[in-house]
Design a protein around this ligand. Structure first.
Ligand code: SF4
Length: 323
């Protein structure tokens, strides 16, 4: 991913966290979670917004901060209120039961179900009902430089999103270049996709984007069950990862790594290269990587690390607060 696209993506994610939905809505009883780079094998979206039921989202916290994958969801969503042999409690899988047993052990290890032995049988019991916390899934494709050829390429991807109907709404975010989006660009994109224009020249705040074209709701093409399950798996990933997890693969432990303020966003800055580094450039293969000097690992920084660990903890805390 080019530097500018990565930085633009972080800006859009932070803006969505501050300002979604982009227009007034009658239902203000909704909480929004934002994540980046989520999708399926076939398609990965830049930014994902999950509309959530606030009470149910709070109840979801009982299952821990980490995401539940599809195997764990199968166990957790069907775990009974009373002790029951897992094969009686869970719906027949379309794969061997030994994989389910493995998932039951994993779920127990995570503390998201209870298990006990009854003779040879493993019995399970839920820790709480798994709440129905996800309402809708919104996909945003970020294209800061949306020229005619980029619009053409994007049109195919958006048409695919609309045809598969996995997201409830599909948007494109693009940098504002004039008063309006070129009509020719609007014409190239499917009418169902909404368009947001952004202006981050004054930093990221809630007013930094506006709607240039309203989306229409996508018509689902799969069965409700299939769609709900796939959406919930994506929502769980959004819950576990958010959009600040870039710090897990970047190098905040490099002496040149900084976070700089850009309005209401903290954004990575490389003091050696004097630019906002991309996540792919800021890796262990970076030729300018230099570890933090040991002397930095004192003086009030976390016991087990220096500023790099401090940066990781700061981003984790912010992700936690948004959840
Ligand atoms: S020098 Fe390389 S590893 Fe260090 S902060 Fe800059 S890009 Fe990241």
């Amino acid at each position: 991913m080019a530097d500018s696209e990565f930085v633009y993506e972080l800006r859009v994610c932070r803006w969505a966290e501050l300002a979604w939905p982009p227009e007034e809505t009658e239902n203000d009883e909704t909480t929004y979670l934002v994540a980046r780079q989520l999708g399926t094998k076939q398609r990965r979206w830049d930014t994902v917004v999950v509309e959530c039921d606030p009470d149910a989202l709070q109840a979801r916290a009982a299952f821990g901060d980490d995401e539940l994958d599809s195997d764990l969801l199968h166990v957790v969503r069907n775990a009974p209120a009373e002790w029951t042999w897992y094969r009686d409690a869970l719906p027949e899988p379309d794969y061997p039961w030994r994989y389910v047993r493995e998932a039951v052990h994993r779920a127990a290890g995570r503390g998201v179900v209870q298990t006990r032995k009854n003779g040879n049988q493993i019995q399970i019991k839920r820790i709480a009902p798994y709440p129905d916390w996800m309402r809708r899934l919104i996909a945003i494709e970020n294209k800061p430089d949306l020229d005619a050829s980029a619009a053409d390429r994007l049109a195919d991807q958006l048409s695919h999103d609309i045809e598969t109907g996995l997201a409830d709404e599909v948007w494109v975010a693009t940098a504002e270049t004039g008063a309006t989006v070129e009509p020719a660009l609007l014409e190239a994109l499917p009418v169902e996709a909404g368009i947001l224009t952004t202006d981050f020249s004054g930093g990221v705040d809630a007013a930094a984007a506006s709607v240039a074209w309203h989306p229409t709701a996508v018509t689902p093409t799969h069965s409700d069950d299939y769609r709900n399950s796939r959406q919930l798996e994506l929502a769980e990933r959004a819950y576990g990862r958010g959009w600040r997890d870039y710090q897990a693969t970047m190098r905040p432990d490099c002496r040149h790594f900084e976070l700089r303020r850009n309005g209401r966003l903290l954004i990575p800055w490389c003091a050696a290269k004097e630019c906002h580094q991309s996540s792919s450039a800021c890796s262990s293969s970076c030729s300018e990587f230099e570890p933090e000097p040991p002397a930095w690992r004192t003086q009030g920084w976390p016991i087990d690390g220096g500023p790099g660990v401090g940066i990781r903890q700061l981003l984790e805390k912010r992700a936690e607060r948004e959840r």
